[in-house]
Write a protein of this length. Structure first.
Length: 368
């Protein structure tokens, strides 16, 4: 598995999915998600169409449809509409403010000016026909059911790997149910944890230990790269905030070229190896980040952080104060990273939280 340098996931990634997914995109098990993905794959197909043969029309005042070269009419999803507008060189946000007939004319004009050979449509096999994606011919689709089946195989070999519990339907205080399996029009997201294999964290005053987790994300319509991230953690809240998050390794590949399937197979084998590995390997990883210090004093640590991470001294000092209050050694890379994570969780704005999470990931990457 290749390291991505900066983690594709952070302590907030699973929480954002838990908080934002509608009920129809939530699944109580990986097997039920797999079945939904299998049905989706069976009812869809890929078609190649010349760009200058693509036409849109406005069947109603507020809807656009695609007319194929044989005259068939296909509905567009929000995502395929955005892709088609991008190919035509028209901003989708502005097009949505126009009457459908004018938006259709603007897209058709842009498509006629394109010199590309053709595009790949990902659409339903039978009527009513819906186009789910419009991508280049170089796009290499990895189907969700293929990935979910591999994850089920892993879970069969390692029964301790399960979906973590979370408040039902993203509602605080609701019943706790298995959560972390999501499938929608744009992507698939799986969050699994191994609660049975723990290792000692010498920096944790509670001595609760650390556990393994991984997050897998894929899009079969071009909305996201295929990513797989392994990490260690201390606890997962019912809202899927991850405490004590430490990124171990990551795989990220764009959907271009046949090599993505080979790379995914190699990456999956690395996951299997990691699951079968002795905990001594994880202990060594943890020991490396808990023993290396950013500096001998508070001032040295702040100077190192401000220089390496391009952070303000105020933020750096706030993170150090949180690390000092909760960690055994706030000067260690691990201790300070936990301070950054706690500061992120106290930050009200998403951009600010993301910036702090990225800073924590970069700091860990400097050690690995």
């Amino acid at each position: 598995m290749q390291s991505t340098g900066v983690a594709a996931v952070t302590a907030f990634t699973a929480h954002r999915e838990w908080a934002s997914r509608p009920p129809d995109e939530r699944f109580a098990s990986v097997s039920s998600l797999y079945e939904a993905a299998r049905i989706r794959r069976e009812r869809t197909e890929e078609r190649i169409i010349e760009t200058n043969q693509i036409r849109t029309e406005a069947p109603t005042d507020d809807a656009l449809a695609l007319r194929g070269p044989s005259g068939e009419i296909a509905a567009l999803t929000n995502w395929s509409f955005e892709q088609l507008a991008g190919i035509a060189g028209a901003p989708p946000k502005y097009l949505r403010t126009l009457p459908a007939s004018i938006a259709s004319s603007a897209i058709n004009y842009g498509l006629q000016r394109q010199q590309r050979d053709g595009h790949q449509l990902f659409a339903d096999r039978a009527e009513p026909w819906t186009v789910h994606a419009v991508t280049s011919q170089r796009y290499a689709r990895v189907h969700h059911d293929e990935l979910a089946a591999r994850v089920l195989d892993l879970m069969g070999d390692h029964p301790a790997w399960q979906l973590p519990l979370g408040y039902k339907d993203g509602v605080y205080g609701a019943e706790r149910v298995p959560s972390g399996a999501y499938l929608g029009d744009r992507d698939m997201f799986l969050f699994l944890v191994d609660g049975n294999r723990s290792l000692d964290d010498p920096t944790d005053r509670s001595h609760a230990g650390m556990f393994r987790g991984f997050i897998l994300r894929n899009s079969d319509v071009g909305a996201a790269a295929l990513t797989l991230d392994l990490f260690l953690f201390r606890a997962v809240c019912a809202n899927h905030l991850i405490w004590g998050f430490h990124h171990v390794a990551g795989f990220r590949r764009r959907h271009v070229g046949a090599s993505i399937h080979e790379a995914w197979t190699e990456s999956l084998q690395t996951v299997r190896d990691a699951l079968d590995a002795n905990l001594d390997d994880d202990r060594a990883t943890l020991l490396r980040v808990t023993t290396q210090e950013l500096g001998p004093t508070r001032e040295d640590v702040l100077e190192a952080v401000v220089t390496r991470l391009d952070m303000s001294r105020k933020q750096a000092a706030e993170a150090y104060a949180l690390a000092e209050a909760h960690e055994a050694n706030p000067r260690s890379v691990w201790g300070y990273v936990q301070g950054l994570t706690r500061l992120s969780q106290c930050t009200p704005w998403q951009d600010g939280r993301f910036s702090l999470d990225q800073a924590a990931s970069r700091l860990i990457a400097m050690v690995n």
